[in-house]
Design a protein around this ligand. Structure first.
Ligand code: FAD
Length: 439
């Protein structure tokens, strides 16, 4: 496989076979990322002995799961204010509680199930880089309190700069619950759990079509064979827009990352950053950055793209990479001479109301889906198996009845109107950021 990110280099994934015959199974899971692999594992934990296959178009971890920045965060959807506006304060609190469990779940995978993913419980700093952002972040802390969400606090300029020294910081929201991981290792760990429980994995096996035309079993067609199943779980994230059943529910938005060489002792001393916190800024189009386990600076964001027609394969954007390298040196002037070694990107799944959605598609209980992580799916999608397995096994529980399961997702119009709508949203975000950056 061509390596889609720094994380995937050197990870000992064994190639799985591609499907070359027809199969009859209990559950076919489509997509070998966090959501698909955790679903396969939880299905087999809850119903040992059933036949579960994972069908992956490329290789496990090929999607966002093998390419992300590795922040396991409590944030649901785009931002708390957006979630409150869309769903109200009580549901925003419910979402936060589930996200906190999802972050804890990553820790449990490490501690109880032996998943080695360079887990670091570092917490998250959201830094204010202008007075406008300072006001926004303090407002968000107040909003969280009004929702009954605890855990975040404000730290002033001196303290934040004592922790991580950037001349651009005026203060920060501190949230200790978040963690950092190596995403490719988390994929590998989930795959081993799923395979260990009895799941069969097929790679280079793209699902081309979903056939719901017959009563009873549902089937999916791949180039090498048809898989007939009692249930199909579509864990295809941003690629869901390739299927008519899901194309109106979300669209793929691309975010990009740059990475430096390992920082030397002098550079690290200049940055301080002893607690190795994950960091975001408070812009609409955020920068997100962290240290990797081998002390490289990873920085992503600052822009986001929707390409007409979905843009699959648009995994690099040199213009954004250039801007990210410039921004990294502006945030940390001590890194002027540091060399950047990698750049990559990938799609996140974005519904028009910026919130995750799980459920039965088109009211058909044989077809289950998860999508809409909006770039915050490390914790939620590796926890998603708990929810999706309940839906596939027809089990009711607090999670499968959460408000974002079987929720109404406002449809997004098709291209070219979709492209225009997304351009308008992105343009508005850029404008707000330009105003707030200057204040
Ligand atoms: C650059 C980047 C940075 C990010 N940073 C963070 C972060 O720091 N923190 C965070 O919480 N989230 C982050 N995210 C988002 C996070 O990575 C995703 O929410 C999460 O990985 C989604 O997992 P998933 O299993 O749902 O989807 P994916 O990992 O995208 O998996 C979907 C899989 O489906 C497969 N597939 C697609 N179509 C088919 C088909 N027809 N047949 C078979 N298989 C198919 C794909 O090949 C893919 O492997 C980031 C995303 C990107 C792109």
């Amino acid at each position: 496989m061509s390596k889609k990110s720094f994380w995937l280099e050197g990870i000992p994934f064994e190639a799985a076979p591609s499907l070359q015959r027809d199969l009859k199974v209990d559950v076919a899971v489509v997509g070998g990322g966090f959501a698909g692999l955790s679903t396969a594992w939880y299905l087999l934990r809850k119903a040992p002995g059933i036949k579960v296959v994972v069908l992956e178009a490329e290789s496990t971890g090929f999607g966002a799961s093998g390419r992300n920045a590795g922040f396991a965060m409590t944030l649901f959807g785009l931002a708390l204010a957006v979630t409150v506006l869309r769903f109200g304060k009580q549901k925003a609190r419910e979402a936060h509680e589930i996200m906190s469990r999802a972050v804890d779940h990553v820790g449990e995978l490490v501690e109880k199930h032996g998943v080695e993913c360079d887990y670091e419980k570092t917490g998250l700093l959201t830094v204010a880089t202008s007075p406008a952002y300072l006001k926004r972040l303090q407002g968000e802390i107040r909003l969280a309190e009004q929702c009954g969400i605890e855990g975040a606090s404000w730290i002033g300029q001196d303290e934040v700069r004592a922790r991580v020294d950037s001349p651009t910081y005026l203060g920060a929201r501190w949230e200790p619950h978040s963690a950092l991981i190596n995403p490719a290792r988390l994929v590998l760990g989930l795959r081993r759990l799923a395979e260990g429980a009895g799941a069969e994995i097929y790679e280079q096996t793209p699902v081309l079509e979903i056939d719901r035309s017959r009563p009873g079993a549902i089937s999916v067609l791949t180039p090498g064979g048809r898989v007939t199943a009692d249930r199909v779980v579509m864990a295809t994230n941003a690629w869901s827009s390739r299927f008519a059943e899901f194309s109106a529910l979300q669209f793929p938005v691309y975010t990009y990352i740059v990475l430096t060489q390992p920082l030397n002792e002098k550079d690290l001393a200049a940055l301080k950053w002893h607690r190795r916190e994950g960091i975001e800024d408070a812009r609409c189009l955020i920068h997100y950055y962290r240290l990797t386990p081998d002390n490289r600076l990873l920085m992503g964001g600052s822009d986001a793209f929707y390409y007409m027609g979905g843009g699959f394969g648009t995994d690099r954007n040199e213009d954004v990479a250039r801007r990210l390298r410039r921004d990294a040196r502006e945030i940390f002037p001590a890194l002027q001479g540091v060399r950047f070694t990698h750049t990559w990107g990938g799609p996140v799944s974005v519904p028009i109301d910026f919130a995750p959605a799980f459920g039965y598609a088109l009211g058909d209980r044989r077809l289950i889906y998860s999508l809409g992580c909006v770039g915050h799916g490390v914790a939620l999608m590796s926890f998603a198996g708990k929810i999706l397995s309940d839906l596939a096994l027809d089990r009711k529980g607090a999670l499968s009845e959460a408000f974002f399961v079987n929720r109404f997702v406002p449809p997004t119009p098709p291209d070219p109107l979709r492209w225009l709508v997304v351009q308008a949203i992105r343009g508005g975000m850029h404008l707000l950021d330009a105003i707030d950056d200057r204040q």
